[in-house]
Design a protein around this ligand. Structure first.
Ligand code: NDP
Length: 285
């Protein structure tokens, strides 16, 4: 049976560290604050927002939600985002996406100050991540995967790492973070040939495809570490969700595997708070 790489102990360790950091910042009269920008009220956004607010509260930092109707016009929203970006007390900004089609999302994202871009929404933020600039913040999800690997003492240096998915929010930055720690990285996507064989060759396999249970027994091998980023509606259990990995297939074969739910997804809001606190420290140094 594979070791289960649960997210909760990882998140708890991060939160304990952040609680101490916030306490020492508060002694200097500084309280870090996360600003959350939301247009509309998608259930997934509200769920994540609730988790982010709760994590902020646990570690002792502030959060504020800036909520707008779906029919907000471009000029009004640009003005609002610019004003939030200029707020001295807001150290980090999370903005839910995609924005409604009526808005120019690229333009809106560019209004977020790079030093407050704690989830890598801006081109400037991404440039920092891809140039290994330590003042930049990679997106929270791939960072959460790295926190998992570190917490469970999984070596990366020299290992064959396969990232399944090449999105800007998960796959590409995930590959960069593994490369930064000297993994030998392969990125796979929908045009990759012999996909099961490429995945099977990995020491560390990160699945971020958004296809329920796509990674079956023929993608994995004994000794492998599998990190499942996927959050999909479970076709076999209505109302529940599942990962990109067919857990029942892979778990008896591999060495360690992160479950869905209770895996990577449990760590992301702690990373969001960590990034905001780091941003706050940099803004006050
Ligand atoms: P995207 O849809 O943006 O990207 C999916 C990637 O998977 C693309 O690169 C695509 O390839 C590739 N892909 C799709 N189908 C196949 C296939 N059949 N074979 C090989 N590659 C394929 O998704 P995201 O990166 O945004 O998200 C990935 C998953 O992670 C989703 O389940 C999402 O819900 C989850 N997620 C979880 C988070 C968390 O906190 N745990 C946060 C963010 C996302 P191509 O580029 O060729 O189209």
């Amino acid at each position: 049976m594979a070791e289960s790489l649960k997210g909760k102990p990882v998140a708890d360790a991060i939160k304990a560290e952040l609680t101490e950091k916030v306490a020492s910042l508060k002694e200097k009269g500084i309280t870090p604050k996360l600003g959350i920008i939301r247009v509309g009220a998608r259930p997934d956004d509200l769920f994540y927002e609730g988790g982010a607010k709760k994590t902020c509260q646990i570690v002792g930092m502030d959060s504020e939600v800036f909520e707008y109707p779906e029919d907000i016009d471009q000029a009004s929203f640009e003005k609002a985002v610019t004003e939030i970006g200029a707020k001295k007390d807001v150290n980090g900004i999370l903005m839910f996406s995609p924005l409604p089609k009526s808005l120019d999302e690229r333009k809106i994202r560019s209004l977020i100050p790079v030093e407050k871009d704690v989830d890598c929404l801006t081109v400037g933020g991404a440039a920092k991540v891809f140039t290994d600039d330590a003042t930049g913040f990679p997106p929270c999800t791939p960072t959460a995967c790295m926190e998992m690997l570190h917490f469970y003492d999984i070596p990366i240096k020299g290992k064959k790492c396969v990232v399944l998915g090449r999105s800007l929010v998960v796959g590409k930055p995930m590959a960069m973070l593994l490369l930064r720690e000297h993994g030998t990285v392969t990125i796979c996507h929908s045009r990759t040939e012999n996909l099961p064989d490429v995945c099977k060759d990995a020491d560390i396999l990160v699945a971020a495809v958004g296809r329920a249970k796509m990674v079956t027994a023929d993608f994995v091998k004994p000794g492998q570490i599998v990190i499942d980023v996927g959050i999909n509606a479970d076709p076999d259990n209505p109302g529940k969700y599942c990962g990109d990995v067919n857990f029942a297939d892979a778990e008896p074969i591999v060495e360690k595997i992160s479950p869905v739910p209770a895996g990577v997804g449990s760590v992301t809001t702690s990373v969001l708070c960590k990034h905001t606190i780091m941003a706050c420290e940099m803004q006050n140094s």
